[in-house]
Design a protein around this ligand. Sequence first.
Ligand code: MV4
Length: 478
Amino acid sequence: MTATKKIKKVLVANRGEVATRIIRACKELGIKTVAIYSEADANGIWVKKADEAYMITGDPIKAYLNYYKIVDLAKQARCDAIHPGYGFLSENADFAEYCEERGVIFIGPKPEHIRLFGDKIASKRAMREVGVPVLPGTLEPITDIEEGKKIAKEIGFPVIIKAAFGGGGRGMRIVEKEEDFERLFQAATSEAEKFFGRGDVFIEKYIKNPRHIEIQILADKYGNVIHLGERDCSIQRRHQKIVEIAPSPRLNNEVRRELYRVAVKSMFKLGYENAGTLEFLVDEDDNFYFIEMNTRLQVEHTITETITGIDIVQRMIQIAEGHKLPFLQEDIMFRGYAIEFRINAEDPTKDFAPSPGKITSYYSPGGPGVRVDATVYKDYIIPPYYDSMIAKLTVWALTWEQTVNRAKRALDEFQVRGVPTNLPLLRQLVRDPEFMEGKFDTGYLDRKLKEFKLSAKEDNPEDLATAIAAAIAAYHRI
Ligand code: MV4
């Protein structure tokens, strides 16, 4: 039995490059789109690319979070479905439930799974039950300090205290020795309370400088689950991913096969539906441990699309329509390597503070094996209310070495003027011998930042030549 309901019109409950990404997927499927935008986002490119667009007045951040208004709009505009993108409402189980209540399809997993994986303790317990390795630690929230200390001693220091409902490294503390336990437990609990409204924390064994490997899966409504391989997301700064790679250049093949096997099996057993990503830590001895699951489309989905040829956003929509997956695991071919670079408007000389402002000049790279997902254009003014990611560059080639060389070329072509960006940092990163060797873990970027020469100015020779050429041309036109 495959009951399907054709989606004819989608409301895109997001902004920026991901809003454009979803609109592109819909257009190719012959689906109409409705954009929303805040008062600060009237010049957003996604607003023009959608078939219809509606402003949500008031606070520019709350505009994308006000789900009663958004679902009302979807109903009024006769949308059958809502795609939440990432961030904002994408992992809000109440929102997914409310969509269902109002008869609008939420393009994503079932509310029960969003809720389960929003709770890191409950998800660890659920995954362990279906045969996925997790780190030694507590499977219940810890409220009593003395009990926590006793457990930490049993696990053995160092341990890590994590917020059950946390994210982005908030409410997380590494404890190296017993004397520090009380203080750091208090700190983690109060930070969790402050940021997530729930102070629940748990304790697990701390792995020093692990690799961060995640597995992308797709599951339809009929129990068909497939994986689309892994992404290596080890290159991060303060829990912000900067560069992601597929496949992981140095992952042992046996470990890789085992990761795929447990990912698919666990999602099948839990009855998961739509797109999802399982995050694992891999230690120096190649042991892997599940840490959390993302129940949404991710920023770095582009590298998986690039090596598989599968359009993840379109698959999400068709799964939500009730289609069976149109391919089996053995139909999926993995070809070459892909790297995604997040281009952020931020100032490396000011501790990477966001640097909104006007883009005075913009040139995006192209040519073979280059994909750009951007939200900016010349004269666009980056509003100060949102995150600083303005573009994603995804490069592809058959071998790892060719992919890195292509990355160097494409990053050199990329020109963004008017606001400082992390492009100079990325250009140095791809020239690091350890990067070329595929030697990186979650401590890599912090180590390299100490060596790199960080400047707010464009340091790209090609860019300088272009600027001089433009100046000469302008001069002769007078
Ligand atoms: C860990 C860990 C080491 N051991 N858990 C960081 C954010 C959250 N998603 C989980 N994180 C970590 N959990 C144990 N038991 C190290 C990290 C971690 C990390 C993980 C992935 C990517 C970058 C990271 C940077 C610092 C710490």
